[in-house]
Design a protein around this ligand. Structure first.
Ligand SMILES: Cc1ncc(COP(=O)(O)O)c(C=O)c1O
Length: 379
């Protein structure tokens, strides 16, 4: 596709008016989520205290409500794969002495499922790729679970099917050190796998831009922490950065490497378009090698005839980018419209980003034959 033509098609939409309406809608969704949270909390003994807390929290909901609206599950909602079988969630429990709970000795994945109404089908995105990466992660922390990658793909389909979902879903597999011991070791401990799943659509409004900042927290260095593995303990780094960013009114944080170059955001990779060239930090920049990142590199080549430069990116390059977007299972393809209070060009989502978002989501929903190998049907 001719890239200039693409820009012309996407230059005109009045995103500013629409974004105001969408932001209101986000705020309402957040209010509903808070309402649900407070209802769940009311089931506990000191319901009155919780309700008071929830009400005071509600008063503090910021106007620009961008906090992720990820569902909170009640203890008996749905099923989980646990100790070799699919059981009601209420039975999927671990001891407080579990090694992984104390030392972050676990690894995980996040997998999305997209409901296609027309085809009456639920598609799991890049299912095998996620379990392949999880196997790489568990190898780093010296785990040898009983389940193979094939087993995990099959179990996931079975688990999702059992819920009978007819909506978008999220699947969370976790491989963890299950032994009840305080011994600091990775060896000779019991390994276990659990998987649970819940209904989840967009938790961010991806039609409007994210306002991001560079974090004062540096991305953990791979000689200190296995950042290429999705190890739970390493996520304190992401949590510190995104929590600070949210407290300061930003939607996301960009972490720099110890050398001071751009690495990635708290749970997503970053791309920037500048002078007609698309770039993303190289694998050596302490990033998690995102499955979405890899998929988009292929998609940009196939759809726009463009290569992606995987290289070092300076922080200040972000300030002169024509477009920036984040990508990951969670955020999908999300435009960034300001960095450190500086607008990215017009301060509106960029045309290429929005076209890529559209192509990506259609591939995820199994609507594009060309990308049918990205998805696994559940039914
Ligand atoms: C730290 C980090 N970086 C990047 C990503 C994006 O990876 P993926 O596209 O595989 O979801 C994630 C999400 O898994 C992440 O946690």
């Amino acid at each position: 596709m001719n890239f200039n033509k693409l820009i012309r098609i996407y230059e005109n939409p009045d995103l500013s008016g629409a974004s105001e309406a969408r932001r209101n809608c986000v705020t309402q969704t957040e209010a509903t989520a808070l309402e649900q949270n407070s209802q769940i909390e009311m089931r506990s003994d000191n319901a009155a205290t919780h309700l008071a807390n929830a009400q005071s929290e509600r008063k503090e909901v910021p106007v620009k409500a961008e906090a992720p609206k990820i569902p909170v599950l009640s203890p008996d909602e749905g099923y989980a794969y646990f100790e070799g079988q699919i059981v009601p969630m209420s039975e999927a429990k671990v001891s407080v002495a579990t090694h992984a709970l104390h030392y972050g000795t676990a690894c995980f994945e996040g997998i999305r499922g997209y409901w296609n109404e027309q085809q009456q089908q639920l598609y799991l995105l890049k299912l095998r790729e996620h379990y392949e990466r999880m196997a790489d992660s568990w190898n780093v922390i010296r785990m040898k679970p009983n389940e193979s990658i094939d087993d995990l793909c099959r179990i996931t389909i079975e688990l999702v099917k059992k819920h009978g979902y007819r909506q978008d879903v999220y699947v969370r597999p976790l491989a963890y050190k299950a032994s009840r011991t305080i011994k600091l070791t990775l060896s000779a401990l019991d390994d276990a796998i659990t998987i649970y799943t819940f209904a989840m659509g967009n938790y961010l409004d991806i039609s409007v831009g994210l306002s991001v900042c560079t974090s004062s927290w540096r991305r953990a260095n791979s000689n200190a922490m296995p950042v290429r593995a999705k190890v739970t303990g390493a996520y304190i780094n992401s949590s510190l950065a995104v929590d600070d960013a949210n407290a300061a009114g930003f939607d996301e944080a960009i972490l720099l490497t110890h050398e001071g170059t751009v690495s990635e955001a708290s749970s997503c990779n970053i791309f920037l378009l500048r002078n007609g060239k698309l770039s993303t930090p190289a694998l050596s920049e302490d990033i998690l090698e995102g499955i979405t990142r890899n998929a988009l590199i292929d998609m940009v080549r196939d759809e726009f005839g463009m290569g992606v430069e995987e290289r070092r990116i300076d922080r200040t390059e972000l300030y002169s980018a024509d477009e920036i977007f984040m990508c990951g299972t969670g955020v999908q393809v999300s435009p960034v419209t300001s960095v450190d209070h500086r607008p990215v060009r017009s301060g509106k989502p960029g045309p290429m980003t929005m076209k890529l978002q559209e192509l990506y989501l259609s591939a995820c929903r199994g609507e594009n034959e060309k990308y049918k190998d990205w998805v696994t049907p559940v039914y």
